[in-house]
Write a protein of this length. Sequence first.
Length: 243
Amino acid sequence: MFRSRWLCLTALAGVGLLAGCSEGKPPPPVEFGTARPAGDTLGLQPPQGAAMALSQWPDACKLVTDGELRAFLPQAKNFERKPVKVSIINFDPMADAKPGTTGDVPRGGCEFAFNLPGNGGDHVTNSNFTVTVTALADPALVGDKYHEDKGNDTSEKGFKDLAGSWGAQACYSVDGVVGDKVTCMQGPYEFELDGSSYAEGLVRQPGPDAKPSENLAAAAERKRLWTDKVLSQAARTVAARMS
């Protein structure tokens, strides 16, 4: 219903024919909660000085349960989980990779898609975040990789050192294409998060007659909220499972 209303406004504004479009009732604002990790910890222990065999990597789509997701987004519904293939190379320059520790992990990442108030009704997923495990090895090796990645990204636009404020040992963020991209380290794991939402209930659209500056401000606020209120709590949830 709300998607149709905005399409009507967009289509007719250019010719001044707004009459006949139903305004409808705006969706409720998106509500935010806090992480309440409840799943079992993974308990994986990579060999000292080496990487974990890819066959033992966790299924990333099981890192956040429906209940854990609703803890920080109480209105979320119609969940979809889409596995993301991750390709792992040897990141230890001082040693050859052991057999079975490099290659593809079909479920090394996962996109969590769901619906929040507005834009398309109950059966359209208008919001998402993705969790991707990028390393699973001896914590000393993962620490080296994380600090190398962080050093490479310090010059990227919007770099921000989050330190331990997101529940993991360390995290940092940089600007992504549609939202912030976050990299974290937790024990033997390095993982990344990103995502976005176009739910009307998150940030009200300025409208068809808005100035470019108003649209840019709304987009910036949308990205900020998704990073501060959603990605941060997803990181806390995942880090707790990895503890």
